[in-house]
Design a protein. Structure first.
Length: 399
């Protein structure tokens, strides 16, 4: 019974955390990164812009005193770059201040917060990062980006001199998985590395990563025939998963029962949380999402919705609150019989639009989504037959 108080504390923490009602607050602590990943949407990486602690302090104070900015029951403090662990000392100071102020003000976030990181993994094993993890262990969530096989990873995730980063990253995977056994990697697929997809997911499984989150890029990089390669790779991956019963123990997000269905007018939410989230750049400007910050844009200027000193500009925010599936999708998307699961990025939409609108949906992944749907139907049908549950009921038409 010696561990009963600890068990009660852990249970209380689980009850207090309400992830579905959490606000995401993203601190862009640096625009620097050791890598120059070829598919990265952060195109303005530099070693000049770094968040000053005063910006973070003012932001936290504003969040905690303005109910409209902190009405959600829980909060995710998301630290991103560039590579956030380049600024682990600053992050440690920001985290300590946030915890102190939430306690001093009696804020409802005090016992209901998470500290989230997306890292390239290069600094994961460093003493400073490990000290931070140990200090905040019960509240930390860390995703590490590993793309798959050395061939796939090194084709995209490269140092400035063009050399691959696989060996430098994968050496930290055992420690990461020991500390976060259920952690998910974030893998990205672009045109050049499509042929490595199947082997890469299997490789990630073999590394001990049971949850592989993978998506195709939204930008206009896809060529004729890429959808057929994508579908073939998914079918081959399905063969391996089913033959080895990996569906019982592992997850690859490219397979989902929820995709490939028509969507009615009642399904009208925006795909992402742009406008409901808050991103703060090193200069203290507020954005509805990191994808609207200047260093994430290739064609358009940043779309700030205020700053930490003056607060939110409601007029600038208002258009983002009007983002829905119908307000930004072309007619073909609204009547598509395989619409569910077809993603979009509001920031990417804005950057690629013909005008400065945020209401013009980019559809470059249309054929890739339909290929994914075809492969998924086959996969789920086979699993249903294997398990004696009947054939998976997919809608008519191939999409």
């Amino acid at each position: 019974m010696a561990d009963e108080p600890e068990t009660r504390r852990n249970a209380a923490e689980l009850r207090s955390w309400q992830g579905t009602r959490a606000k995401t607050v993203t601190f862009i602590v640096t625009e620097d990164c050791q890598l120059r990943c070829r598919y990265c949407y952060i195109v303005g990486k530099n070693n000049i812009k770094r968040m000053d602690f005063e910006v973070a302090r003012v932001t936290i104070d504003r969040l905690l005193r303005e109910p409209e900015l902190s009405g959600e029951r829980s909060v995710i403090f998301d630290f991103i770059g560039g590579e956030p662990f380049l600024e682990i000392d600053l992050i440690d100071r920001i985290t300590d201040y946030a915890k102190l102020r939430m306690y001093e003000t009696g804020h409802h976030w005090f016992d209901s917060y998470r500290l989230s990181f997306s890292t390239n993994g290069l600094l994961y094993g460093s003493k400073k990062v490990q000290r931070y993890i140990a200090k905040n262990r019960k509240h930390v969530s860390i995703g590490m980006s590993i793309d798959g096989t050395p061939a796939k990873h090194n084709a995209q995730r490269v140092f400035p001199d063009g050399s691959g980063s696989y060996d430098a990253v994968v050496r930290n995977v055992p420690l990461w998985l020991k500390q976060f056994p259920g952690a998910s990697t974030k893998a990205t697929v672009a045109h050049a590395d499509l042929p490595f997809l199947k082997d890469s997911v299997i490789h990630l499984f073999d590394l001990g990563i049971r949850n592989v989150s993978m998506n195709v890029v939204f930008e206009d990089v896809w060529q004729d025939g890429d959808d057929l390669i994508f579908e073939d790779q998914l079918r081959q991956l399905a063969d391996h998963i089913i033959a080895n019963d990996l569906d019982r123990t592992h997850v690859c997000t490219l397979f989902s029962k929820t995709i490939g269905q028509p969507l009615g007018p009642e399904n009208n939410d925006n795909w992402c949380g742009a406008g409901k989230m808050l991103a703060i750049d090193p200069d203290g400007y507020f954005y509805p999402c990191i994808r609207f910050a200047p260093f994430s844009l290739t064609q358009k200027p940043g779309r700030s919705i205020g700053d930490c000193f003056a607060g939110i500009d409601r007029n600038r925010l208002r258009p983002f609150l009007a983002l829905t599936r119908s307000s930004q999708s072309p007619g073909d998307c609204l009547t598509c019989d395989v619409a569910s699961g077809c993603a979009w990025c509001s920031g990417c939409n804005y950057d690629l639009a013909q005008s400065d609108t945020i209401f013009e949906r980019a559809v470059h992944i249309c054929s890739m989504h339909k290929a994914r749907v075809r492969a998924n139907r086959s996969y789920w049908d086979r699993l249903a037959s294997r398990d004696g549950r009947g054939i998976y009921a997919a809608p008519s038409g191939s999409g």
